[in-house]
Write a new protein. Structure first.
Lengths: 259, 322
């Protein structure tokens, strides 16, 4: 089974992400980046499927040159190879532009299953998986908390408002995984060493047959107009518990007639 | 002529979802509100929609929409949009709403705005207010192009306002293409939810990683009962399998706006703040004085949650007894 995992490389979880008011984009230069923890769950799920059923796991990433560190960590986890869409012409793409680029790259490799996180940790529009499935002409199975493949049928437990649904489709298909689905493995030393030898294939927008009408700022349908801060909450009061913290809260709530 | 504003209507737990009615209330404010309701629905569904501002409902009760999610609905809505050209179509940020909007946005090659907190329409130009990065930013964004603008709205963004209008119903034919049946629902499991529901609770007592163990949630349950509220949790607590996903509050969980939010052992990661910052009063208990939760708290107590919460429970019991 050939599995493609779409992943994003995002600023480290410990970094307070900033938006550049001039470009209206997330500041990524000079910021340490990592494989999106949500995408790492998709990588892990792909590796488990490949262990069970055989086959390859190909990582597909769109991002700048500094995405390489994150790509290497997925390869160190065990992914077979990676495809890196890196081109200044791709910067500033909206979700649909990103989906078009990913779809064009995925079409260049044989695949049975595409795995994605439900959304990225930085911009979290959650649009890409559904768009990608539509562009590839395959069914999207979303919000998976568990995933199995039996023959050519993929079945997931899909989160729902009231519980979960068991949903299935024939391959090829796309599945998005929720964060609770697994606990990603840590790369071993052997994995880290081996990752350095693995192939990272690079594509530009032109390689993918994409022009300014499709990707980059000119191709974007979504456009950020202004970047601002929300109105601040009036400042509150912070006290240190001197043995009567619980009582102080009770009094505060009584004062607001909440008890 | 007023702009046509469509709402993708959804049935959750056997009734028209609250989010649908919130969207209709906003749609009626922006222009002429109409709804698209696909799949089996309760008998009073049309009445409920018209009581919240829908002047027309595009309707099919075909089971294909229930048994085969996303693809048939996308096919039907794309055809309806092509013939009626509404200015805007609003979707709730529900599982189903997100799937349909995302797929439709690629089919129509129009993109979509997500996580929208508010929106205005001037001529054919749409401007949406979008809290970004867990609400630490508040941006405005638009969609270019002349077609229908697809908009996914944050939960609780708009108030539900009953506004009874007479509604006409237009039956639509369900698609029969076998390719649209690729996704099959094999089984549905409804987890029984007990006690007050998070979304509707006026008081929420929430726990995070600082609780250190699942059994500690019993303490929060007792406190919530004393306050007549419900228990919530952070993603860390859910990921650690201490509590079910249904309790998760934040970016990837529920968005809540209770009168009182009591955060116990929660540091306040932006993903969590995104789901509860709109609460009227926030009280936080945490050992770390630098925890970001204190920046949004009306009252913050720097202390041991295992000392402060039991004392608060005792104090509330005393006051109740008095």
């Amino acid at each position: 089974m050939n599995i493609v995992v779409c992943a994003k490389i995002v600023p480290l979880a410990s970094v307070t992400i900033q938006i550049d008011p001039a470009t209206k984009r997330i500041i990524r230069t000079g910021v340490s980046q990592e494989l999106d923890p949500q995408a790492a769950k998709a990588v892990e799920e792909a590796l488990r499927l490949a262990d069970r059923h055989g086959g390859s796991v190909t990582l597909v990433v769109m991002g700048g040159e500094d995405a390489t560190v994150g790509i290497r960590s997925a390869l160190a986890m065990g992914a077979t190879a990676a495809v890196h869409l890196s081109d200044p012409a791709l910067a500033g793409s909206d979700a649909l532009g990103t989906s078009k680029a990913l779809a064009a790259a995925i079409r260049k490799t044989p695949f049975d299953l595409v795995l994605c996180a439900t959304e990225s940790s930085d911009s979290y529009t959650g649009l890409v998986p559904g768009q990608l499935a539509q562009l590839l002409g395959i069914p999207p199975l979303t919000f998976a908390t568990a995933l199995t493949v039996d023959g050519n049928v993929v079945t997931i437990k899909r989160q729902s408002e009231g519980g979960y649904d068991t949903v299935s489709a024939e391959l090829p298909a796309l599945v998005t995984v929720t964060t609770g689905i697994n606990e990603p493995r840590y790369p071993t030393l052997k994995g880290i060493m081996g990752a350095k030898k693995k192939e990272i294939r690079k594509y530009t927008a032109a390689d993918l047959g994409l022009g300014p009408g499709d990707v980059g700022p000119a191709g974007a349908r979504e456009r950020v107009l202004t970047v601002g801060r929300p109105p601040a909450r009036p400042p509150g009061r912070t006290i240190k518990d001197e043995g009567d913290g619980g009582k102080q809260i009770a009094e505060f709530l009584a004062g607001l007639k909440l008890v | 002529m007023a702009d046509l504003i469509w709402v993708y209507a959804e049935v959750v737990d056997g009734k028209i979802s609250r989010a649908t009615l919130e969207l209709l209330s906003k749609a009626a404010e922006l222009g002429t509100a109409e709804a698209v309701l696909l799949g089996p629905a309760p008998d009073d569904a049309i009445t409920t929609l018209s009581q919240h501002g829908a002047s027309k409902v595009y309707r099919s009760d075909d089971a294909i929409y229930r048994d085969h999610p996303t693809l048939p609905a996308v096919e039907t809505i794309a055809a309806l949009i092509a013939s009626h050209r509404p200015a805007v179509m609003l979707f709730a940020s529900s599982y189903g709403g997100r799937d349909v909007a995302a797929t439709l946005s690629a089919k129509l090659d129009c993109g979509a705005l997500t996580d929208v907190g508010d929106l205005t329409l001037t001529g054919s130009a749409i401007e949406a207010t979008i809290p970004a990065l867990g609400g630490s930013y508040q941006n405005s964004a638009t969609l270019t192009g002349s077609g229908t603008k697809l908009v996914l709205v944050r939960p609780k963004a708009f108030e539900m306002r009953p506004r009874a209008v007479p509604a006409t119903v237009e039956e639509v034919a369900a698609p029969r293409d076998a390719a649209l049946r690729k996704i099959r629902v094999v089984e549905r499991m409804t987890v029984k939810r007990e006690g007050p529901q998070l979304e509707d609770s006026r008081v929420i007592v929430s726990g995070g990683r600082g609780l250190k163990a699942p059994e500690r949630f019993a303490m929060l349950q007792e406190l919530a009962e004393l306050l007549g509220g419900a228990v919530g949790a952070t993603r860390a607590a859910v990921d650690a399998a201490w509590v079910p996903y249904a309790l998760q509050i934040g970016q990837t969980g529920k968005t809540v706006k209770p009168d009182l939010y009591l955060a116990c052992g929660i540091s306040g990661a932006i993903q969590h703040l995104a789901g509860m910052k709109g609460s009227k009063t926030i009280v936080a208990i945490n050992t770390d004085a630098d925890a970001p939760i204190f920046q949004v708290a009306d009252l913050g107590v720097v202390g041991d949650v295992f000392k402060v919460v039991p004392q608060l429970i005792e104090e509330l019991k005393k006051r109740k007894g008095a």
